[in-house]
Write a protein that binds this ligand. Structure first.
Ligand code: PLP
Length: 384
């Protein structure tokens, strides 16, 4: 239902484009990466096409090509300081595939998964697909999870906590200090309740960090942790469906857990991550799209919105910004933007009414063209 809501705006944008023409509609509703994959991607693709590798398109071990998992583990070890090995990595059909395989592996029907609002509402579907129950805990005024509220929400029914940093829809990035406190709290609750609680970290935007901000991994702070990510955003390969899950080598039930994720991937019908993509991303673990381009767009839209009087937290990563709606009624504001052919997603979709999400991963001319609508809406409803 949540995705339908985002798609609804996207489809409305397409209808408006038919009516008014492409260049008159400013669609900021969908998080589809604007940059092309790095040039090395096409070079490897070309090489494979010209010199076919026998067997490359066949079924393989469900966890993925050993060479790819080794390359992923090697880079991840460098990025995190944790000695990852091939056996900790499961290649998946994007982060969405990884999340589904992980939830199937760890969640039993009626067990709870805690998420922090606002959040990417597809999480509801992924959790509920496997009989899990979504439990929502709010974040503070800076969109950082409130640890007191989290502590109060954890019970014997809690199977996992799902975090997402850099965050969709807020662009907020969690600090090392926060992750440390979160890890301490979960450790305390595990001991108190005598249960096992998994910390799942969706890091689909891990490499889209601005102003030289350094990536903070979860692994050093909590042993029962799994990172979930993909190359949809960092290599602009969203349509190719390639990602992975990385299981903390220190987790209590490492062998069983990894085996469960692999078998879940198979049972869900993914079988294995796309073989050609696995072959290629093996060589691209250190590559990324031009992050500076996204940062420029972030600066442009953030500065413009502040100037117009919008109340907004400056995103430090990903390609979304989540300002407050300067009107008492969400629909009135959305309709005003629509009058100027500007499409965004209302905060209610992310369980945060009173806000709206702009996906600024669009061409500069679209971003520039949208400013008039934001300005008109700010003038109409006054400053908040
Ligand atoms: N997690 C978050 C927070 C996302 O924003 C998205 C996609 O937008 C996904 C997961 C799914 O990404 P993927 O294409 O890797 O399945």
């Amino acid at each position: 239902m949540a995705t339908d809501a985002i798609r609804k705006w996207f489809e409305q944008g397409n209808a408006l484009k038919l009516q008014y023409g492409d260049d008159k509609v400013f669609d900021l509703s969908l998080g589809n990466p604007i940059t092309e994959p790095p040039k090395e991607f096409n070079e490897i693709l070309k090489k494979v096409a010209l010199n076919p590798i026998p067997g490359i398109h066949k079924y393989m071990v469900n966890a993925g090509y050993p060479e790819t998992r080794e390359a992923v583990a090697e880079q991840l070890a460098k990025d995190t300081g944790v000695p990852f090995k091939m056996g900790d990595i499961v290649m998946t059909c994007g982060a969405a595939g990884a999340l589904n395989s992980v939830f199937k592996a760890v969640v039993n029907p009626q067990e709870e998964v805690i998420v922090f609002s606002p959040y990417f509402r597809e999480f509801d579907n992924y959790i509920e697909n496997h009989g899990g129950v979504v439990k929502v805990v709010p974040t503070d005024e800076n969109f950082i999870p409130d640890l007191d509220k989290l502590e109060a929400a954890i019970s014997v029914k809690t199977k996992a906590i799902l975090i997402n940093s850099p965050n969709n829809p807020t662009g907020v990035v969690y600090t090392k200090d926060f992750l440390q406190k979160l890890g301490q709290l979960l450790q305390k609750k595990e001991a108190e309740l005598k249960t096992q609680i998994y910390l799942l970290s969706d890091e689909a935007y891990r490499k889209l960090l601005y102003n030289g901000l350094k990536y903070s991994p979860i692994f050093p702070h909590y042993r029962n942790s799994i990172m979930i990510t993909s190359h949809s955003k960092d290599l602009s390969l969203a349509g190719e469906r390639i990602g992975f899950a990385a299981v903390n080598p220190e987790s209590d039930d490492h062998a069983e857990l990894t085996a469960a994720i692999i078998i879940s991937s198979r049972n869900l019908g993914y079988i294995n991550a796309p073989s050609l993509m696995q072959y290629i991303v093996r060589f691209l673990q250190n590559a990324e799209v031009p992050v500076a381009e996204y940062q420029k767009k972030r600066d442009f839209i953030f500065n413009a919105l502040v100037e117009m009087g919008y109340s907004v937290t400056k995103p430090e990563g990903a390609f979304y910004i989540f300002p407050k709606i300067p009107a008492p009624n969400e629909n009135d504001f959305m309709n005003e933007l629509l009058r100027w052919n500007v499409l965004v997603v209302p905060g209610g979709v992310f369980r945060a009414p009173g806000y709206f999400r702009i996906a600024y991963c669009v061409e500069d001319k679209v971003l520039e063209g949208s400013l008039n609508g934001f300005k008109k809406a700010a003038e109409k409803f006054g400053k908040h």
